[in-house]
Structure formats: structure tokens, C-alpha cells
Design a protein around this ligand. Sequence first.
Ligand SMILES: Nc1nc2c(c(=O)[nH]1)N(C=O)[C@@H](CNc1ccc(C(=O)N[C@@H](CCC(=O)O)C(=O)O)cc1)CN2
Ligand SMILES: Nc1nc2c(ncn2[C@@H]2O[C@H](COP(=O)(O)OP(=O)(O)OP(=O)(O)O)[C@@H](O)[C@H]2O)c(=O)[nH]1
Ligand SMILES: [Mg+2]
Length: 461
Amino acid sequence: MSESLTKGGTIAAIATAIVPQQGSVGIVRVSGSAALKIAETLFRAPGRQIWESHRILYGHIRCPKTQELVDEALLLIMKAPRSFTREDVVEFHCHGGIMAVQQVLQLCLEHGARLAQPGEFSLRAFLNGRLDLTQAESIADLVGAKSAAAAQSALAGLQGKLAAPIRKLRTTCLDVLAEIEARIDFEEDLPPLDEAKTSWEINHILAELSTILATADRGELLRTGLKVAIVGRPNVGKSSLLNAWSRSDRAIVTDLPGTTRDVVESQLVVGGIPVQVLDTAGIRETEDKVEKIGVERSRAAAKQADLVLLTIDAESGWTEEDSEIYEQVKHRQLIIIINKIDLVKTIPELPFSSEVHPIVAAAAAFDRGIEDLETAILDAVSGENLQAANSDLAINQRQAAALTKAKISLEQCTDTMSNKLPLDFWTIDLRGAIQALGEVTGEEVTESVLDRIFSRFCIGK
Ligand SMILES: Nc1nc2c(c(=O)[nH]1)N(C=O)[C@@H](CNc1ccc(C(=O)N[C@@H](CCC(=O)O)C(=O)O)cc1)CN2
Ligand SMILES: Nc1nc2c(ncn2[C@@H]2O[C@H](COP(=O)(O)OP(=O)(O)OP(=O)(O)O)[C@@H](O)[C@H]2O)c(=O)[nH]1
Ligand SMILES: [Mg+2]
């Protein structure tokens, strides 16, 4: 995409989803200096409708060459700079399905637009100063959000709730830098540097950075979610657990061991975190060709999961087979589910304590133990950092990396100061921090970074 950073022109794309389940309306979005011209060429509005910014016109889209009707549609005009990209933007609001939008897009491409790259509308919004980088990243997060909490956090970012404090910290760094540089340039004319104040300011910035960095773990969880695999021997109630948890009949449950043959997935939300649950085939030695493959898939699912729920049967207690499965998963983040506790008076002994692995007692067939399970999961994944993050904000890995760089530079700066090194050295560290903070919001950013960020967007965003 890097060419497009310098490449101008008018861009067009379908802005709505192109999926088998069609929406009832589809939008073709056009941005750039030819946008209005394209609208005038393709769109006819009957009666006395006014072609003004931020108005919707009703009319018909026709092929200019053949005058063939393509769609009955609405046209939205947003003139520069009052648009998402700050360029002239027009949107054709067509009937849903792929035919109308594809034909309209094709007509736009034939009359002065080129196909937009992924994220190119948002890139223009960034390059034209409507959004900073954190806001642009939040748009991608918002579109991809799989839980209300994830969407909430992305929206906070879009409102500039991350950019604002970062900019403030950067400004403070720039002020401190100016104070020091003045001492270097005009040493004789100025009172000496107030070192206590400078040091206080840098420590204050460091504390703020730590607070923001503490939101990274939550950000990672909200964005990527958790993958949880339910594993165990056949018939212990793994599928029943998935069904009880997802309040559905997603997986087949029977009293026959070896019922589940393939991995069954279900998407849930636990404490705001998107969770993908994998119910797997019971693990055992088997000669059955299909079941064998299923067992292999269970092992693979356990390997790729962030968290494994090793499920055992309360009635039979911990068995030799459970030990064998345990050996394969014990190095993973593990929760032990003792299922079917309705059948026993006392919970069976396990070969380890609940300090080694959290233990949850459940009776999946009676929807019991789900709350405890969710609490155990949240405890398992949430370090103190998750609690420390008492805001909606949740930074991503790129932002965390840049902020960590800033933090290291400032820590070096405090070392330089306490070691009484010359002022020139202080400015080197400060500049490093300023540069890193600028990378977060995009004041200082390279094309390759922009490329990496925006190419992850979908086309039309
Ligand atoms: N149809 C449609 N829906 C959409 C978008 C879009 O581009 N098209 N958006 C895009 O992703 C989001 C909304 N974002 C937008 C942000 C700014 C402006 C805009 O025109 N701002 C002007 C107008 C404000 C005014 O009236 O003064 C401005 O700020 O100058 C439009 C959409 C979500 N919904
Ligand atoms: N009493 C009791 N029975 C349960 C409970 N959970 C599951 N069952 C029963 O145990 C049997 C096996 O349940 P499944 O959920 O199919 O077990 P599974 O672990 O998925 O079995 P496979 O797919 O064969 O590996 C079914 O008859 C369930 O009704 C429970 O909490 N209590
Ligand atoms: Mg099953």
C-alpha cells in the first residue's frame, strides 16, 4: 500500500459487508476531488432537490453510456472538509445484495475513481488530520469488536481518550527539553536549571506511562479474545458443559462414550472478554478410524488454546486415563472441572491441590458450576494489571511497544541526571522519549508503520 501514501486521486469502494447474508442496503463510498463529478455523471435526482453538503438526495443511478437503470438509490454528499476523509465524499446508498453495489462501483471506476486500498479512507482521514493514529486503530478495533466491552474500549480510543494524555506527556517532555536546551545555548544569561523540578516532571511522566501501560493486557484480551478448549476422557460431560455454558444445544450429547467426533466451537463473552470455546472429542485409545482423527484434533485444540478445561467425572474420580491426559496438558494454563457432582456426596480427591490448578465443581447437565467456571477463568487470565486498568482504555501491542520505548528513554534520562552527566546527554534521552510518544499518536511515524496499520483494515474503511 505504500505507493498509495503518496498516490492521490479519487478512491471508491463498497463500504458495506459483502457476505452471503446480504444487508438490505449497500453503500458505495467515493472520496476525492472527482467525487462530486462522478455523482453528477451517474445520479439523477428528480424534482427540485438541492445538491448540497450533508444532504441526502433521492434518485436513480444509470449507466451514462447506455442510460440503462442500475438502481433506485439515495445519494449522500459531504463536501470537503466536512467529511470523514476531509475530501469531497459521496455515498451511493443502494439496494443490498452484491449486484447493485458492484455495478455502481464499476461505474465509479469507469468515471474517474480507482479502487481504494484496504484502510485507505481512514488513512486519508489520518493524513488530513481528522484522526490521529490511535483513533484510526480504534476504528479497526471497533469494526472487529466481538464483545460490548471491546467496542466500548475502541470507542473510547476513537474519542481520543488515549491520544489526549499521550500528547500531554509529549508536550511536557518538549517543555523540559526546551528548558535544558536553553541552558546549553545561553548558559550565562539564564538562572541554573531547576533540577528538582525537572526530575519531578520526568518521574511524573514515568508514573503516567506505567498507568497507561497497565491497560495493555486488557487490550490484548479484548482484541484477540481467549481460546478455551474443553478436554477430557469420553463421556465426562464436555459437550454438556459447552451446551450449559452457551445456553444452547450446540453439541450433541448422548450417554455413549465417543459421541463428539470433531471440534465444536461456540463464541461466548465472559466478563466482557470474547471467548471462543472448543468442545473436543473425548481422548482415548481407539481403533475407530474417525474417532482417532477426532482425538488428534482434541490434542491439537488443547495445544492452540490459551486455557484448557480438563474435565473429569466426579463419580469415577481421578482415573489412570485422566492422568495420561493430564500429562499432555499440565504445562498449559489449566482449570480442572469436576463434573457430575450431582452423583456424589463428597468431591473426589485429586493428585494435586487447588493451588496448582484451579478446581471447579460442576453439574453441566443441571447448569451448575458455570458461574464458578467463569470466575476461575477471569482469575486465571487477569493478572493485577487487569484490575489496575480502571478505565475503558486498552492499548494495543504497537502502542505498548512505543510507550515502553518512551519509558526506557526517560528512565535512562533520570540515570543520566543522577549521575550528573552533561546536559547534552539528558537531551538525547528526552528526544528518544519524545520520538517514541510521537509514534503512538502518529506525529512521528514512518511509512512502513502506516502501511502495517492501515493494510489490516478492510476495504472501504
Ligand atoms: N454512511 C456512513 N455511515 C457512517 C460513516 C460513513 O462514512 N458513512 N462513518 C465513517 O466511518 C462513521 C461516521 N463517521 C463520520 C465522521 C465524520 C463525518 C463528517 O462528515 N464530519 C463533518 C460533518 C460535521 C458537521 O456537520 O459539521 C465534519 O466533522 O466536518 C461523517 C461520518 C459511521 N457511520
Ligand atoms: N448426572 C449427570 N450426568 C451428566 C452431567 N453432565 C453430563 N452428563 C451425562 O453424561 C453423558 C455424557 O455427556 P456428554 O456431554 O456427551 O459427554 P462428553 O464428555 O462430551 O462425551 P464425548 O463426546 O463422548 O467425549 C450424557 O448422558 C450426559 O447427559 C452431569 O452434570 N450430571
Ligand atoms: Mg462430547
